[in-house]
Design a binder for this molecule. Sequence first.
Ligand code: SF4
Length: 185
Amino acid sequence: MTDWDTLAAEVRTCTRCPELAATRTQVVVGARPEGARLLVVGEAPGAQEDESGLPFVGRSGQLLDRLLAEVGGDRARTAVLNTLKCRPPGNRPPTRPETANCRPWTAQQVALVAPDVVVTLGLSATRWFLPGKEPLGTVRGRVHEVEGVQVLPTYHPSAALRNGPQGEPMALLREDLALAVRLTS
Ligand code: SF4
């Protein structure tokens, strides 16, 4: 198996999705701190991620950092990536071919991180691991074993932001992150 840095260098030059390759500022490969036992997976980079080249640095990322810290986790010890490495224009949803194009990169990244648990943020990232039709609300909050990988689906921080500090997604996201941190301790 290739190492993370070699893979990252390959991903940065990827042009499998012509529209995304033409419109992105840069490829957002993801972050994998040495020794990370927790992997958090989102859908796709947004404008700030596209600009900075780093995953989850916008409002959703800041909320993720805060909630992780509240439950005893640490972003500096957490691997973070998206199933799609390039920002879709206008933050439109990724197309099926785009998701399929990027799938081999993501699969290699998951294998390289080899985390104790993967937290999937939102339905799109959850579907990447758990294809099917079950709504997020019925699969979240518990661990699913998928080809040897422990997958814990939860809400996307953007849903928690939309519903506000007293909303259910915020409370459940915090609860699920707490479970993930316990599973990696
Ligand atoms: S989204 Fe993935 S597959 Fe598509 S161009 Fe970017 S890195 Fe390549």
